[in-house]
Design a protein around this ligand. Sequence first.
Ligand code: SF4
Length: 135
Amino acid sequence: MEYRTVLTTCTYCGCGCGLYLEVMDGHVVNTIPCKTSPVNEGKLCVKGWNVHEFVHSPKRLTQPLLRKNGELTPVSWDEALDFTVKRLREIREAHGSDCLAFLASAKVTNEENYLIQKFARAAVGTNNIDHCARL
Ligand code: SF4
């Protein structure tokens, strides 16, 4: 049996609590709060304590889905991105930039969230941008 711990940062919100993931035989099996993290000092909220559970979940999306003939269908990233660009352009040309809105995520980095608000404001031309980490 192979066992190790990996020091990382909770992905559930923007607080950035430090934690260790316990890994057994290549599977993430548990979470331990990091006592030396200046952010959380050995404490976690209930989401943080359970952050390891989604990693191997069979419900996790592993590729983009597009609705085709009423059914969500797995597609490549290229197809999903081409479709998204085409629809964003069509909607903006037909109804204006403020008919589009963007919802960023706590499950990506601050830098990626910065990029999506920049994309919304500078590339698309709307201030309709929000974020799910406003706890
Ligand atoms: S979800 Fe909870 S444990 Fe995770 S970073 Fe936010 S406050 Fe910390």
